[in-house]
Design a binder for this molecule. Structure first.
Ligand code: FO1
Length: 336
């Protein structure tokens, strides 16, 4: 069984950890491919940093800092402090000493001409995440955020990480621009992993700047829309708010209400409930949190999105495995 997951950072990584636990516990023989978001990537101090790829790799490989959700367990920030002592900018990015080794290996391999997908595979040789982790593209892509400029009435673009970390997504975002997307190609294997999957899952990652970014890579959205596999998503919004992170600020920026139903409508239904022509959407199924969002079932089902209300809080590994199990079960009921 081939399962393909489009994942951003913390939410997608934790969901995938639960998925692997569920597959092991139920003795399902499945290969999981994670297509990772690289729009968060940032070049700092000569290092190429891939936050979402590293978060998936560390989370599944057992090196993640559980309390931060990103970066390494037992991390120190001596180099970061030394850089600050030199007064070099930026000083807002949490560059960890152990993490720097990952960026050094990646940057060295990229400089030697290896594509990011090969570099990611090499890094995973150490971490053994138990999935095939593939960047959405080998081309350099960066999400930049359009915010108020320095002069009244003007606007400027800053790197997503600056908006996310330095500003905690607290300044209005007018748009997200994926720099380099027009010339980008999906990394080798990305389209095949979607087309040939038995199930495609959209975990509770940020629907705008994580999954939304992956879907912008030329060919990816169409592959999801047209794959024979059922496509099932898990709402990242519970009770009108993101469980973690700042997806609400991102959804507001693109004019989508922060609700489980609105995110599903944003992804769209793959087939029209009346059997009419496809509405161009991506979803066959959608999971919402039972205690707060059960009303979405009645709202979304008539649109052609089979919706189930189940517990969605990834409080521990077993709870997350149960969510993954629900997503796979829903996939079987919507399989055409
Ligand atoms: N997130 C923060 O909130 N503060 C940080 O200083 C920070 C540093 C960082 C370093 C490496 C890395 O892989 C991730 C890091 N993150 C940090 C998380 C990162 O900004 C987000 O995980 C994604 O970019 C959005 O999901």
């Amino acid at each position: 069984m081939q399962i393909t997951v489009l994942a951003g950072g913390i939410g997608g990584a934790r969901f995938t950890r639960g998925l692997l636990h569920h597959l092991r516990a139920t003795h399902v023989d499945a290969e999981v491919t994670v297509i990772g978001n690289t729009g968060d990537d940032i070049r700092l101090f000569g290092l190429q940093i891939c936050p979402d790829l590293d978060t998936v790799m560390y989370t599944l490989g057992g090196g993640i800092s559980e309390d931060r959700g990103w970066g390494r367990e037992g991390e120190t920030f001596t180099v970061k402090d030394e850089l600050a002592a030199y007064g070099v900018k930026p000083d807002w990015f949490g560059l960890g000493d152990r993490d720097i080794a990952t960026h050094l290996v990646r940057s060295q391999m990229l400089a030697a001409g290896y594509p990011l997908s090969a570099v990611t595979a090499a890094l995973c040789d150490r971490w053994r995440p138990g999935v095939s982790l593939v960047p959405m593209s080998d081309d350099r892509l960066e999400t930049h955020v359009v915010v108020d400029g320095d002069e009244p009435g003007t606007r400027k673009a800053i790197h997503f990480q600056e908006w996310w970390i330095r500003h905690r997504a607290g300044i209005p975002a007018y748009d997200f621009v994926l720099v380099g997307v027009d010339a980008a190609q999906p990394a080798p294997g990305v389209l095949e992993a979607i087309r040939d999957a038995d199930v495609v899952l959209l975990p509770p990652s940020n629907p705008v700047v994580s999954i939304g970014t992956i879907l912008q890579v030329p060919g990816v959205r169409d592959a999801v829309r047209t794959t024979a596999a059922p496509v099932v998503g898990v709402s990242p919004i519970v009770g009108g708010a993101p469980v973690r992170g700042m997806a609400d600020a991102c959804l507001a920026a693109i004019g989508v209400e922060t609700s489980a139903a609105a995110v599903a409508r944003h992804y769209g239904a793959r087939v029209d409930a009346t059997g009419g022509p496809s509405t161009g959407g991506l979803l066959d199924g959608w999971l919402v949190h039972d205690e707060t969002d059960a009303a979405a079932v009645g709202e979304l089902t008539p649109l052609g999105i089979a919706t189930r209300a189940v517990p969605l809080l990834m409080t521990d590994l077993d709870a997350t495995a149960a969510i993954a199990g629900e997503a796979l079960a829903l996939a079987e009921t919507v399989r055409r």
